[in-house]
Design a protein around this ligand. Structure first.
Ligand code: HEC
Length: 203
């Protein structure tokens, strides 16, 4: 008898609970025991503001604000362009052994799996039936690309090649461009490119 009463009481309570949640729409926000600033007043992006005279919620920087990083005004360095949308011919950073060494390291990490350490397009992916053969860098076409264009290929990708802007920092992209030039020279040099002292040793 006692058990039966308990069951009925439980059943009724549960039923009421369910009923309570259904069919009673409310304009009020749901009860939120610990609001934690979740539902404070706010403006959405691009919303109009009644507070500022120009009606804009999103405020422009105060006049005279000085940019600290992120402005990227240097077209050549950040975009490989000369300011008129033309790709620059030569890398805009100082070329030295350190840059080349860095380029070699980054190239071997990011590019060689497809283009191979030699740059002939026969990277390790080709042993696994990679569907789109990566091109060799040792063709007239790729040798004639400007440094700015090579930088853009790394930055934005090209056709079936993915972009590497998120993986490779801007300066490292230029280091890779310099290293590609070294690779190209390694496969396409004439006797005049070799210093005389070395040349005699080669003969
Ligand atoms: C996942 C494989 C893969 C990786 C990694 C890769 N590439 Fe490529 N790359 C390709 C393919 C495939 C193409 C040909 C794309 C096409 O023509 O559709 C290509 C094309 C190119 C071209 C020729 C662009 C043109 O306009 O003809 C250059 C230059 C190049 N890649 C440079 C690089 C450099 C530098 C890196 C490293 C930062 C790199 N690639 C990493 C697959 C790759």
């Amino acid at each position: 008898m006692k058990l039966k009463t308990l069951l009925i009481a439980l059943g009724t309570g549960f039923g009421l609970l369910l009923l309570n949640c259904q069919g009673t729409p409310s304009r009020n926000a749901p009860i939120h025991l610990n609001p934690n600033m979740d539902t404070q007043k706010r403006y959405d992006p691009q919303a109009a503001s009644g507070f500022f005279i120009d009606g804009r919620t999103m405020r422009p920087p105060v006049p005279g604000t000085v940019a600290r990083d992120g402005l990227r005004l240097d077209d050549a360095f950040y975009r490989g362009e000369d300011g008129k949308g033309q790709e620059i011919k030569y890398i805009p950073v100082d070329l030295d052994e350190n840059l080349l060494a860095r380029g070699e390291e980054r190239y071997n990490i990011y590019c060689s799996p497809c283009h191979s350490e030699l740059g002939d397009g026969k990277g390790i992916v080709m042993q696994y039936n990679f569907p789109i053969p990566p091109p060799s860098f040792h063709t007239e076409k790729v040798r004639d690309f400007t440094d700015g264009y090579l930088f853009k290929v790394i930055t934005n990708g090209v056709r079936n090649m993915p972009a590497y802007r998120h993986q490779i920092k801007v300066r490292d992209r230029w280091a890779i461009v310099a290293y590609i030039r070294a690779l190209q020279l390694s496969q396409n040099a004439s006797a005049e490119d070799v210093p005389l002292t070395e040349l005699n040793g080669l003969k």
